[in-house]
Design a protein. Sequence first.
Lengths: 102, 481
Amino acid sequence: MLVTNLTILVLAGFIGFAVISKIPNTLHTPLMSGTNAIHGIVLLGGLLIVGFSGNSAFNKVILVIAIAFGTINIVGGFLVTDRMLEMFKRKPTQAPKDGEPK
Amino acid sequence: MILATSFFHNANFLRVLYIVAFALFIYGLMGLTGPRTAVRGNRIAAVGMAIAVIATLLAQGEGNWGLIIIGVAIGTAVGIPAARRVRMTAMPQMVALFNGVGGGAVFLIAWAEFRNTGGYAHSAGLPGSGPVATYIAVFSIFAAIVGSVSFWGSNIAFGKLQELLPGRPITLGRFQQPVNFLLGAIAIALGVAIVAGSHSELIFILMLVTAALLGNAVVLPIGGADMPVVISMLNAATGLSAAATGVALNNPALIVAGMIVGASGSILTNLMAVAMNRSIPAIIAGGFGGGGVVEGAAGAGAFAGTVRSTSAADVAMQLAYARQVVVVPGYGMAVAQAQHAVRELAKELEARGVEVKYAIHPVAGRMPGHMNVLLAEADVPYEQLKEMDDINPEFPRTDVALVIGANDVTNPAAHTNPSSPIYGMPILDVENAHSVVVIKRSMNPGFAGIENELYFKPNTSMLFGDAKSAVSDITAELADI
């Protein structure tokens, strides 16, 4: 199991490098925000552990906090990235009205 | 029905959904390479995340639905309004905050796992079952330490950018490095003690506290100007800790997603550091943005030159008869929400046949690409935004360089003064323009706390005031010419 997981770990690292190094400077802020949302996937860890039968009351409290944190990370991260990227989209009605010289 | 339930509980079915999820993450990130595909890319990644979450919920069995619903409801209730309301200028601290909660989730999950297994003594959470495999304990401890550092570090970064904490470095001076090193060593030693067989929760808590202190100690001494690099680094750290959690929980979705973030965050950190000509170890060493303040405050008169102040009417006159105007926007423009006013001024100038371009420094604003977002918000055409290397050769042919709220990225000391903290940082060579107009609130030094000699040059004139009203005044004067 360890070896399989380490294989996945190393390959995923190289994929990350390969995909990300192509991204232009302009989009670095949305990229940072988008990848930030993706590590919210730790939410899954909270969802899995909260199912264990042996959880004490204290465990339940910290796991609810962890799930809330993970959800904030995912929901907030993707939404904020979407808002930023929407601004890069062309507004087709705008261009002719402005009378751009070019 | 029974068939359906067992189908969802099938480990292979779950793994297949996870493969779909991380394929969507990777495909979505590939979409982020261009402005046209970026929105779709982000949404594809979000769909991948939804699939991963739903798959986990289906596989989760009898579960603890009540707790899950409470947690998700709280998270949604906090996350959605925060993401919708935040102003574009406050984006860096928002990213810091979202990053921090991610790190918080990581260390809390590691803590719950430690408690569930009786300090890694019983793998099934029941007395009598065999101990947890050593490698699982190692990855879990790594996640706990890094998650805690990231949580506290991100919160400090948020506090500094939101100006809840002083942006200036708070440092222990020459004791800072030994203290950081000691805190790191203690956290690791406590982690080793747990892996070696101590089941004491007290040691685990001490380890979390030490890591928390380390998070504070690393970020507090870092000056405001370096903060984006730090956030990016903490982003990578949270990604790595999520990947470690994935190894500990044998969950491939966590491993892949966490590792991709770790890799991208590392690249981004490096790119930002290069753009600011700062080495990452030097940033961690801290103190940047502190030394120059003292010097600046004491030595404002040290520059042999005087500051020339001008009026909106004069600036309007200069601009109206220019052939090419280059606008150099900075964070000050963003804070004043002046980007729309700037766009109005540019339209007015274009109507008069003046060519208007925007010079975007790689770290204009507070993060790479931050300024592009702000100007895109104000509908500035994408092709008018020029990157530093494209615009610098154009300054000698530029009649007026209009610097709005930018400071350190225009400071010629980066070329001329080897003792300046920003020496060697690539800058926009606005001083080469025929004339330079700087719109600035006051003579206070910028984010890095360094005096700017540009303001004392003979071809520079200063228009003091709020960026938004100053630009509006110029536009109004322009209409009268």
